[in-house]
Every structure is written in structure tokens, then in C-alpha cells.
Design a protein around this ligand. Sequence first.
Ligand code: FMN
Length: 256
Amino acid sequence: MNYVYILRCSDGTLYCGWTSDLEKRVSVHNAGTGAKYTRSRRPVELLYYEEYEDRHEALSREWHIKRMRREEKLKLINGGKKMEFKELIKERRSVRAYASAPTHEELVQILTEAQQAPSWKNSQTTRWYVAESPEKHEELRQALHPANQNKVANAAMIVSTYVRNVAGFTREEPDNEVGNGWGAYDLGLHDAYLLLAARDAGYDTLIMGLRDGRKIREIFGIPENEEVLSVIAVGKRAEEPAFRPRKELAEIARFY
Ligand SMILES: Cc1cc2nc3c(=O)[nH]c(=O)nc-3n(C[C@H](O)[C@H](O)[C@H](O)COP(=O)(O)O)c2cc1C
């Protein structure tokens, strides 16, 4: 039997190949002798394969898959279906170069899904200011830290704020020592949902904490009782983002 397969490499990139012994081929890739590309990107994980009786058919299919864009390969891997949750969270990466922005309808859909995030007593104190027009986009871009200004071309941008003294408060008095930390907590949840909803719709994101909050307040006329937090770029990726390794779980989680 002949197999055309797709691997996910340790840096998150996809690799397509052909073989007559799938199991052996994957272990050869993981031993570092499978291909130059995979040698420096180990371990690899088998995501998908197709079977062919005919070797030529398999080779031709490999040729076609190799030329597919990443999004198309992912669609194939998921049988044309939407990505599974585990795939979705692996695919979510900060992207710093964009090809195009979501449509207005897509942005509405993404934000509507993000609204499902939990919040303190369902107080929903997150507010979003969406820069869609070229004019607002440029104004907002100027309010970003210089290091961020060249990362957001072609993307839509969303400013996140939260209304102070509501989440974690009863009659203007804090319920505990965290105070407005709860407002920021809820905003983080809303934005985490936003990132995943965007990814589910085929879009990537970049959270930017390096920005001028005062300028942003002016641009959108944001009231003083709201705290301006992040700016999030949303768009189709124009680069393959690098995988940023995570700490060992034991460093951040203790089980008792
Ligand atoms: C609160 C917050 C602020 C961030 N600010 C910036 C920023 O100003 N510029 C930037 O390029 N990335 C920024 N990032 C992105 C992080 O660098 C990125 O999430 C991290 O390196 C992990 O990479 P990943 O998102 O691709 O997994 C920010 C992320 C968070 C959560």
C-alpha cells in the first residue's frame, strides 16, 4: 500500500510526504533521518494520511498536497469539517503579519461568540471598540508602540476596555481584595474567547499591551470610568508564526 501523509512538526508547521510503510516512516522522521525539513523540527506527529494502491497516484497526490496552502491542508486534515478544539488551541498563535481583515459580518459573529464568556455575576463589563475603517485603523495604529505599528497592516483592530467598579463590587464597594482585578479578569476571558472564535472562523490575532491608552481614549471617546487594556489585531495570517514553547506544567501547576 502507498500512503500520503501529513505531519505536524514541533514548530507547528505541516509536512507532507509519501511512503509505503507509514508506521516506519513516522519513526524514521522522529529518529531524524526522514527528511532534512523534519530533522530540525522533532518530534513530529502524524495528523493525516490517505491510502493508494497505485504508487503514481500517491506521488501525484503528494505533489498536490505539498502545493496546498496551510488552511487548505488543515481543512483536508479535518475532513473538510471545522477544526476540533484541540487543533484550534494548537493553531492559535500570535500573528504579526496579515493579508486581509474579516468582513463586518464576520467580526460581528466573532464578537457575538466571544460574548458567551463567563463574567462576575454576569456583569459583562467588557467593552469593545472596533477600528474597521481605514481612517480609524490609521489613527489607532499611530497609538500603538512603534514596535507594534508595522504588525497590523491589513488587519482589523479591536480595543478592549472594562467598566471599573462593577465586576467584584457591590454598591461601589469592592467585594474582596482583588477589586478591579475582577474586571480585568473578565475582560481577559472575553478576549480569550474572542481569540478562539476568530481562529475558528479562519482568522488569526495579536494581543498588544504596548499601546498609548490616553491616545486610544481620545480616538474613540472612551469614558473615564472604563479602563483601556489591549488592542487586538484580527486578520488572515500572511506568515507562519513560530511556536513559542511553554514552561513545564510542573512549574505552573501544583497538584495536591
Ligand atoms: C496581555 C498581552 C500583551 C501582549 N502584548 C504584545 C505586544 O504589545 N506586542 C506583541 O507583538 N505581542 C504581544 N503579546 C503576544 C505575546 O508575546 C504572545 O502571546 C506570547 O509570546 C505567546 O506566543 P503565542 O501567542 O504565539 O502562543 C501580548 C500578549 C498578551 C497576552
